[in-house]
Design a binder for this molecule. Structure first.
Ligand code: ADP
Length: 221
């Protein structure tokens, strides 16, 4: 089963009178359980693609199917619910709630999606990402690598079908980058977590099962 299927996806941004064709007809797909890297030069449309697949934005034209479901035809409320239940995001800047502890950050999406507070499940997720001893710490008391682990645990809290990540290690040093990448590999291998990762770093791209190359808003090759 294809977990992602996009058909001739286009996205045009308008800046005053100028039009930017961020995506110019992207037809591509990913299978369930794959770890795919999206690579390409800056400005080639990688983040735009990830945001569209992650249902954070809508395309100007084209189709997106997630697990066979047409996401374009959904109304706003259905989109939000679908996104919360099926998609987890990990960003470059961690984006944690600074006033909440690690475990509270992980529980937050569970609350949004109407699940009861599952502290136990959140503690379990922190253990999976190797952070169980830090669960009651605030983000300010954690290192960058530890904060990213919390963000990954949070992204996994609703058992998403898709984990999307945009330059997840861009703010981390080499050693921590390797650890975070190993964590992604383990999640993919042991939990069959589908992962789509945007990166401009070829070494990180090589760690994925497959690389999709973007150039000028199109898939190369
Ligand atoms: P990448 O992630 O490969 O660096 P992006 O998807 O961020 O590329 O951007 C693709 C193109 O779209 C770039 O030319 C960028 O400047 C433009 N772009 C991205 N987001 C916006 C936006 N919100 N408004 C206007 N232009 C944008």
């Amino acid at each position: 089963m294809k977990i992602i299927d996009t058909i001739y996806l286009k996205k045009t941004y308008r800046l005053g009178r100028i039009e930017v064709n961020a995506l110019n007809g992207v037809t591509t797909s990913a299978d369930e359980g794959e770890f795919v890297a999206i690579m390409g030069p800056s400005g080639s449309g990688k983040s735009t693609f990830l945001n569209l697949v992650g249902m954070l934005d809508i395309p100007s034209s084209g189709e997106i199917y997630l697990n066979g479901t047409d996401t374009i035809k959904m109304d706003e409320r259905t989109r939000t619910e679908y996104r919360l239940k099926n998609i987890g995001f990990v960003f470059q800047f961690f984006n944690l709630f600074m006033e909440l502890t690690a475990v509270e950050n992980v529980m937050f999406p569970m609350m949004l999606s109407g699940h009861p507070f599952h502290r136990e499940r959140a503690e379990e997720l922190l253990e999976i990402v190797g952070l169980n001893k830090r669960s009651n710490h605030l983000p300010s008391e954690l290192s960058g690598g530890e904060q990213q682990r919390v963000a990954i645990a949070r992204a996994l809290s609703n058992k998403p079908k898709l984990l999307l990540t945009d330059e997840p290690t861009a703010n981390l040093d080499t050693k921590i980058t390797r650890e975070i990448m190993e964590l992604f590999r383990t999640l993919n291998h042991d939990q069959h977590q589908t992962i789509i990762m945007v990166t401009h770093n070829p070494e990180l791209g090589e760690m994925a099962d497959r690389i999709i190359h973007f150039r000028d808003g199109k898939v190369e090759g």
